[in-house]
Design a protein around this ligand. Sequence first.
Ligand code: NAY
Length: 288
Amino acid sequence: MKKVITALLTPFFQDGTVHEEGLREIVRYNIDEMKVDGLYVGGSTGESFLLDEGTKSNIFRIVKEEAGNDVMLIAQIGSLNIDEAVRLGRKCKELGYDTLSAITPYYYKFSFEEIKSYYERLTKETEMPMLLYSIPAFTGSQISINNYEKLLAIPHVIGVKYSDTDVVKLGQLKELHPDKVFYSGCDDMLFEFAVSGADGAIGSTYHLIGQEAKQIYGEVARGNVAEAQKLQLQMNKVIDKLVEFGVYQTIKYVLKKLNINSGYMRFPFRELTEEEKKSADSILPLLR
Ligand code: NAY
């Protein structure tokens, strides 16, 4: 079955510590109201790359405690420090996460062989299903179809969180590797990815429009392509507005309006200004 998975936010207090109660509320809202099929914890949306190991570990624990076995849980444990990534991976295995995921090592211009050896070591030392996390716009690391073949052949690698806009490549990858899973990571293109063979989508905006995303997959499965595209166009009105002033800040702001304790951003991210908040209020009538 195709899956819609929320890339989970992390609510913080103003001093930068995790707002546990808010995190639990957000987990429940996604499961009970958005009815998503899973949660992607510790990704870009979770501001994970701004956090230390102890904080990430605590977030993984809280989310598992709150979600239990209600939905699939994926832990993004990728870090430039491989030892930290392994420790977090083992921790999530112990906690009972379903799958690990790791961003391609970034900042330095690593060669493909270096990237491959990173995943080989991570999978060997954690022995957990691994979803590669490719986000070329942020990491600068573009993976060719041939190189994907090499990464997908590593034991335990089950597929890719594909935060790339190249939908044609996704279709080719799925055709070549029908046994692997490919989740799209560009929420405004969910429809295009759905008709190109994606197994689902992982995204931040499903905190607010998770049900619509699921409906698109439903319509595509029933062959109602025109209806699915119409839904995407409606979703994109929300997404366009969410990205205008910062997608994570704006989702947090809208969640607050829905009485969910979504907390603050982690420094150096900033909060929305009063003027931006007023403008973001126009999102509310667009939601179900
Ligand atoms: C993550 O790790 O949290 C994600 O990559 C989730 C995917 C999101 N991409 C980023 C870079 O945040 O949901 C998307 C994105 O916010 C959305 O498409 C709007 O641009």
